[in-house]
Design a protein around this ligand. Structure first.
Ligand SMILES: [Zn+2]
Length: 354
């Protein structure tokens, strides 16, 4: 490349001097050959790299290896561009633009490896899941984070979307007890994203009416309406519900059983009462890190800005203590195949309290 650049400089210096035109032409021809040669070399290199990526992916190597190879491909790209920008006015530019087309087809080639990268990522995730499938125990503790009252926004602040970004970044699955009224406020896309990113979507009523203070018809309507909203958007019917404020009675249990919903409240020990801390997130973090134990179901709110603020530190702190993260249904499924059971009430990783 440098040699080409130098040639260009030389030629430019002598461009108006007729005596040098002949030798300039010769240099130009030489340069043409050089360019063609380097372009061919680059194509060969690109092919080798593409082949290397396939081999790496086929050998079901780790994500890291594949990414590194893709990076190499990306680094290769500017080198081609350099060649092209150095000769913008030349006759060869035709030839080069041909080559450019060839070069441009390479990213298409590279899209293959990209797909392969995705496959590799899926494989890696599958491996993670296999590791996560060890039963919850004090030696390998599990915690289920739950977020109530969303999908939430606060003015322009897309609270739930921000939380989803954090969870994705940390590769953490959680459970969202959503309100039908919040979905109907134009947040269908957030609900769908929640589901698509591997979180559990569960029912928290339509309007947050307290079930023990209303009548049978209203309870059934609130649960049914939100169930249908969730199923219409995600294609998946919820298996869990959490009554607003956690209040339930025999009637609530009967209706839940009828609608095929298990009732999930929370582990009071590790729940930080984040609704008391809107401006000061520290107590939320400290409470969870101090009291978290294997199998706990932690109640949090994605409506609370302070909770979101502290989430990266909370996740990091829990990971440091050795916790794995699961959705509630995943956690309870380790009890045995009958769980979560419709109409039963759970507060942590243990058979229903009633
Ligand atoms: Zn609530």
């Amino acid at each position: 490349m440098k040699k080409n650049g130098k040639n260009i400089d030389n030629r430019n210096m002598h461009f108006n001097n007729a005596a040098h035109r002949h030798s300039a032409r010769r240099r130009k021809n030489k340069r043409t050959r050089l360019i063609i040669f380097s372009v061919l070399a680059l194509i060969l290199a690109a092919l080798l790299i593409a082949y290397g990526i396939r081999s790496a992916a086929n050998s079901s190597d780790t994500e890291t290896t594949t990414t590194e190879t893709v990076e190499t491909t990306t680094q290769e790209q500017p080198a081609d561009d350099e060649t092209i920008t150095q000769d913008p006015t030349d006759n060869e530019s035709d030839e080069i633009s041909d080559t450019q087309e060839t070069t441009e087809t390479e990213p298409e080639d590279a899209s293959d490896p990209e797909e392969t990268t995705e496959e590799a990522t899926e494989e890696t995730t599958a491996t993670d899941e296999t590791a996560a499938q060890a039963p919850p125990s004090d030696e390998s503790p599990v915690i289920a984070l739950t977020f109530d009252d969303g999908p939430a926004v606060d003015g322009e602040d897309q609270l739930t979307e921000r939380l989803l970004d954090i969870l994705a970044e940390e590769n953490v699955s959680a459970t969202f007890f959503v309100l039908g009224s919040q979905i109907d406020a134009g947040r269908e896309a957030t609900l769908l994203r929640t589901y698509q990113e591997g979180h559990e979507v569960a029912n928290h009523s339509y309007s947050h009416v307290i079930f023990t203070e209303t009548d049978e018809q209203r309870i059934r309507d609130e649960l049914t309406r939100t169930n249908e909203l969730i199923e219409n958007i995600t294609g998946q019917r919820p298996r869990l519900m959490r009554p607003p404020t956690g209040a339930y009675n025999t009637l609530v249990k009967d209706i839940s059983r009828e609608l095929d919903l298990a009732i999930v409240n929370w582990s009071w020990q590790s729940t930080p009462q984040d609704w008391n801390y809107h401006d000061n997130p520290e107590p939320i973090l400290e409470h969870v890190l101090e009291h978290a134990a294997n199998g706990h179901i932690v109640l949090l709110h994605d409506t609370n800005r302070a909770t979101l603020e502290i989430m990266p530190s909370m996740i990091a702190g829990l990971k440091e203590k050795g916790f794995r993260f699961m959705t509630v249904s995943e956690l309870l499924s380790y009890l045995d195949d009958d769980h979560p059971e419709a109409g039963a009430v759970y507060t942590h990783f243990a058979p229903p309290i009633e």
